[in-house]
Design a protein around this ligand. Sequence first.
Ligand SMILES: O=C(O)c1ccc([N+](=O)[O-])cc1C(=O)O
Length: 458
Amino acid sequence: EGSSSLEDKSERMRNYVPFLLTKVRNISGRFNDSKIAVGLRDILSSKMGDLQASAQFNYMFDIPWLIEHYPADKRSKPLLIVHGDQREKKHQLQEEAEPFPNVRLFQAKLPIAYGTHHSKMMLLLYAEGLRVVITTANLIHADWDKKTQGVWISPLFPKYSQENQDEAGPEGSQFQKDLMDYLHQYGPGPLNEWRQHVAEHDMSNAKVRLLASVPGRHIGINKDKWGHMKLRKLLQQYGEFDDIDSWPVIGQFSSIGSLGPDKSKWLCSEWLRSLASTNSLTSLDHDPSLHLMFPTVENVRTSLEGYVAGGSLPYSWKTAAKQPYLKDFFCRWKSECLGRSRASPHLKSYTRISPDLTKAAWFIMTSANLSKAAWGALEKNGSQLMIRSYEIGVLFLPQDFDTSEKFFNLPENQAESNGVILRLPFDLPVVPYTNEDRPWLWDRQYSQPDVHGHRWNP
Ligand SMILES: O=C(O)c1ccc([N+](=O)[O-])cc1C(=O)O
């Protein structure tokens, strides 16, 4: 755990984008250094503050396992669990919460079929202030053990004292407004208290843009508040880039939805148009190159977990069979730079990099997989954005860091600039699938033994 707090260590990371991975068991310790990785116990540790209460938003929970990861003297503090479970799964969660009087459950509404409460966020209220953590990991052991997962830990947001609340005025920071908007979507209930906590803390030092999705058919000004249309608006507003039309876009994710019978229906039309947005008024006359990073069967077979890792990569044969065109975009999972080529990826990240692999224009870490359910699909002649799921992530933009440079420097770029360095979670250049590579499909049989001598027979 080391002597100084994560705060001091993050001080030493001053000129790095504050994007961390989760610790991975059984890899070299140098790849779990606190400049690179963090564990759940570290995040919940009392070195981060004197915890008073917390809210855990997620998709999968192991409540006893989660509570055990809080410091012993904090395990009876109020804990709100925000989930999307219904019917039998909801009852199971209620039973699991029964022995813990400090645990409250809140079921997020899922008004549109096939939606999930996918957001993975922690609100941590301390005596000293409030912290927001956004991650890609479920609150179960397997997600924090041998996978590649993303974590953003906010600075400690200080409580407004009465005078500086008046100074700050009602608008607060954009991050605070966006987080409040997101929390309001859950409606009245136990989140009222957490909306109040957010309102009372100064979040002007967040240095990220909130990028979220909530279920609904969003129209008018709401059409640009969520999903890929929010990203489009942010990049059109703040994408002060010179000519980056030739810069490739990379999407990396752990599941894929049904994207339509060809790339022009959603992937390379509305979705890529949003990711390729900038503030330049000239329209794109050609698609930027697009790489989609998704594990091959071989990535899964040789992973630290073996085929079991594929249980968290829920891409189905039925869906894949409808979209063979994705093969042209696929590249393998590879992360030698962070010792995680065999730590199966469950994080989701999106970025746009220079052709010479030295710079990045922006970087996103999010719960959103490559699906219309997560990012939204335009309907009614583009007048409404239909989203099925709750998602939450953060967008890192160079101008949110005190640097004069327009882009992030990738570690390969040894230029001793005073710019900000972005450590991507995967290796560059990306490795396109060979003709023999196949995307992992979780409902197919694989008979070649994995690293544990097991076969996969779902
Ligand atoms: O682990 C999750 O939260 C999760 C849950 C459902 C699905 N899904 O239905 O495709 C994907 C994921 C994922 O994150 O990969």
